[in-house]
Design a protein around this ligand. Sequence first.
Ligand SMILES: [Fe+2]
Ligand SMILES: [Fe+2]
Length: 273
Amino acid sequence: MRIAHLSDLHFGRDQHQVADAIISQMNQLQPDLVIISGDLTQNATHEEFQAARRFLDQLQQPAHVIPGNHDLSPTNLPERFLYPWRKWQHYIQPETEPTTETEDAKILGLNTARRMGWYLDWSRGRLNEQQMQRVENELQNTQEEKLRIVVAHHPFWLPTRSQHRKLVGSRDEALTIFDQAGVDLVLGGHIHLAFAQTLQGVVISHAGTTTSDRLIPGQPNSFNLIDGNRQRLTITEWDWQKNRFEAGKTTGFLRQNGEWQHSRPVESPYQPN
Ligand SMILES: [Fe+2]
Ligand SMILES: [Fe+2]
């Protein structure tokens, strides 16, 4: 099974050449599924959602797409409070929390973006009990060999240089439920920094911003390619280098007794061309 994980496209702040390259790169790599973990737009305007729609229409592969905090209007407060997902539903898809099931995997999207919160920074995200319950219910009768993936925009783990950012709210409760439900992989974005890590026996992996110019120092535009099955996985970060994407760091994982751990050494599944 092969999954491409893109994130934080931020149409409105997108770089056309990079977005175009993604379409041809996907055709070349031929993933079974493309996962996009939120922030499709910069300011949730009609024009930006239309650009995101055009991008999705060009993708030849099936896509599993969830929203991020930037897909809520930052300035149109009636829209933000009364019908926050209207444009999302009009341009992208009816669901904000899709479920995708393939021969090899079950993928659950969770919407962690919120209209407001009891804190000043409304870009933060959280999970509620119903969402955790859904993960439990939907994974209950999933075939043992299927990879179980949760996609949520906000982070469950933060690398050292992103410690100033906030973890998704209710992270610990969610992780306990995920562990009981046999979740293998949690995919996210938001911090525009790519990583692949284990936490309590689950693989947590984020893609950087795939197409936008909202870059943090030292992290180019990127997407991740996930290859493998429920026993063994590799996650390869593909980075934008001058004028094309190139396979970079590969991290390997092994599942033993229901727990994922790093496997070493790891050989890149991709040969330079
Ligand atoms: Fe973002
Ligand atoms: Fe975000």
